[in-house]
Every structure is written in C-alpha cells, then in structure tokens.
Write a new protein. Structure first.
Length: 397
C-alpha cells in the first residue's frame, strides 16, 4: 500500500525550510519591534467557540470546519481561525487586567475543509496579529502597516491594499434593510451559491466577490454600499484610520463592497491582494472585532487584527523573483581514511558541537573521494583528513 499526505495537506521539505524560516524570522522580528508578544493556543477548541463567533450561517461553520466528538462526547473543532481562540485566552487568563492594549502574535496551523487549490490547503499555516483592548483607530493603522512593512522587507512590491468600513451594531442594520431587498430584486442575475449566501446573511453575498463568476461580480459591484449608511462615529473612525495610514505612507484603495466572512468583524476591514487578482490572490485579511469578547461572555473589549496565509505569501515571493537566503555551510568536515580511529573522530565532533561548531563526518560508507564530495555539498569551511596517525587533540574550535 502506498501512503501519501492527505488531500489538502502538504509536506514542508528541508529544501523549502530556509524560505519558511526567512519569512517567520522577519515576521517575528517585526512583531518584536512593534511590541507584540507571542501567544499559542490549542490546535482544537470547543465547537461552540467558532459557531458563536463566526456565525451559524457562515461558510466556515456550515461547510468548512473539521468537527469531531472525543471519547467524552464533547464536540471539538480543529482551529478554524486564530482570532476567537486568542480572545478566548485573553479572557480566560485575565489579560484584560494587564496594561492595554494587549499586543499579541502567533503563527500556527488553520484547518478548513474546501477544494484544494494553489496556495490554499485544508491544513495551512497562518501569521496572525491581534491588538486587544483599545478602539483607537491608530491601532487599526498600525496593524495594517505592520503587514505592509513585512511585505516590503521580504521584497514583495506588486500588491494593493483594499480598505473599507462595515459599520457596527448601530448602523449596520439599516444598511442590511437596504441590501436585502436589492439582493432579492437582482436574484435572477446571481448564481445559486450567492443566492444561498444572501438567504443566510445578506452581507455574506458580498464576501469574497473575486471568487464569484464575472457576471455576478459586475452585478454585486452595483449593490448599495455600507458607506452611505455609516453612523457619525463609524464614519469618524474610518476617517481617522485613513489619516493615520496616510501618515504611515501606506497606500490603499477604498473598496465600498469589501466585507469579511465572519460575523464578528466591525468597522475597519481590509485585504492585501496580489497583482493577479481573483480569490486566490488574497495575501492577508483583517479587521476590527469590537463585539467578539462579548460573544464569548466577556465585557465589551475592542480589538483589531489580521491573518495571513504563509503559503500564499511564499507564492508571492516566488512570483516576485525573490531568492531565498543562501544556506549556511557547516564549519568543519572530517574525512576518514583507512585506519582512522572513527570513535575518536565522533568524540571530537561531539566536543566541537558542544563548543558551538557545526561539525560533520560521513555516515554513508563513502570512499575518500565521496567524502570530499560530501564536504563540498555541505559547504564545509574547513576539512580535516584523518588517518591512523592523526592527532585529533590538535583540532580545535
């Protein structure tokens, strides 16, 4: 029987690790510069955590979650997104009692059932940044600028930032009262999937427009926009976010039909989109979620953050022609000739490694010529040829 990785998953091979480490290293360095601290949450949570926060009618809940019952008949779900678990941890461990905002980051696996596509996996890795405990619009701008800066540091230049405000609990209902009848009136021009989304939640019909058939996209771009329905507070907040982004030098396009697919988003929402367009070109998406903590039983706690797929980002690096950093070679390689005391060689290697040197020898029974070739492959700075008379004590770090 031949085994392969499950459909929608992928192996990250040694040859790919250098680029992954480069991306993660730059991300973590930026987060430290901006004052964000690392947090990690379990790979599975209670199912209700995602059902309550993502929305019972969302595609995530109805179609995409990996849900199972454990041996105690508890319903658990593999991590379907990162924000709700982090807010759960914020409430559970009393982070609201520490100085606010709590600036947190992580990179972890996310699990979504869906048709695998290039850069889109059922198990994928995601960068995540969350700033919890402040409604300052400058924080929205900082979070956006952090990812913009990451793209610049990595060498990705061909992208655009799409920005919108989707209002809050005060001004969104009047907008939905306008959108709902408009969608019903134009139902004949929509595909079945969009009509089904609209029946569950009118706002979802506008989510991820780029993934819909071109004719449907054209229709939806004529839909009523929420900008006309924003209350004064939301309009002022959005104006401040834009003012701070201008101060940061971050370029953006206001896209009035841009929404996010999860119920907890409020006010500012955004996406970083690659040059190829379409649903598979989204590099990062985020927004403000001022009502999420209350959904989880906590007090009103504003927050803002983003998630960014690492696989998508790696594709963008490849498309931009960005080469990964060169692999570092080892410090020393021992070539054992006939008669060499291999036990003493391995003891010396252990000694050098303990001193911080990257030391290696042959473990495949190669000839002396083959060992020299292996030393070259490993980029050894120094080669020591050992025979029966070699004094290994003279080999030092």
């Amino acid at each position: 029987m031949k085994f392969e990785a499950p459909r929608g998953t992928h192996d990250i091979l040694p040859s790919e690790q250098l680029r992954w480490r480069h991306v993660l290293g730059e991300f973590e360095r930026l987060c430290r510069l901006y004052g964000y601290r690392r947090i990690d949450t379990p790979v599975f949570e209670e199912t209700d955590l995602f059902a309550r926060t993502s929305g019972q009618g969302s595609d995530v809940v109805t179609k995409e979650m990996y849900t199972f019952e454990d041996r105690g008949d508890r319903s658990l779900t593999l991590r379907a997104e990162a924000t709700a678990p982090i807010v759960r941890a914020y409430l559970e461990h009393g982070l609201h009692r520490e100085p606010q905002p709590q600036k947190l980051y992580t990179h972890e696996t996310i699990y979504r059932y869906g048709r695998p596509q290039k850069g889109r996996y059922r198990e994928h890795w995601q960068l995540d940044v969350e700033a919890i405990g402040s409604e300052d619009p400058a924080l929205d701008a900082e979070v956006i600028q952090l990812y913009d800066s990451l793209l610049g540091r990595l060498g990705v230049t061909e992208y655009r930032l799409e920005l919108n405000s989707i209002g809050d609990a005060e001004c969104r209902p009047p907008y939905l009262d306008r959108l709902r009848p408009w969608l019903e009136e134009h139902a004949g021009a929509l595909d079945e999937a969009t009509r089904e989304q609209a029946s569950r939640n009118p706002l979802r019909a506008l989510d991820n427009i780029a993934s819909k058939p071109p004719a449907v996209q054209e229709v939806l771009r004529q839909a009523p926009t929420i900008g006309d329905s924003l209350c004064d507070a939301c309009r002022e907040h959005f104006g401040e976010v834009r003012r701070y982004l201008d101060a940061f030098g971050v370029h953006y396009d206001v896209v009035p039909t841009l929404v996010r697919g999860l119920d907890y988003y409020t006010r500012t929402t955004w996406e970083f989109v690659g040059p190829e367009g379409g649903s598979q070109s989204t590099l990062s998406g985020g927004g403000r979620y001022d009502g999420l903590a209350e959904e989880l039983g906590g007090a009103y706690t504003p927050g803002v953050g983003f998630g960014a797929g690492i696989e998508r980002l790696l594709l963008a690096l490849e498309a931009a022609g960005v080469e990964p950093p060169a692999e570092e070679g080892i410090d020393i390689f021992f070539i054992c000739e006939e008669g060499a005391d291999r036990t003493a060689v391995l003891a010396k290697i252990a000694e050098l490694r303990a001193a911080g040197m990257r030391a290696e020898a042959d473990f495949a029974g190669r000839s002396v010529k083959g060992q020299r070739t292996q030393a070259s492959r490993l980029g050894a700075d120094r080669v020591v040829v050992v025979d029966a008379d070699t004094n290994l004590s003279e080999v030092t770090a």
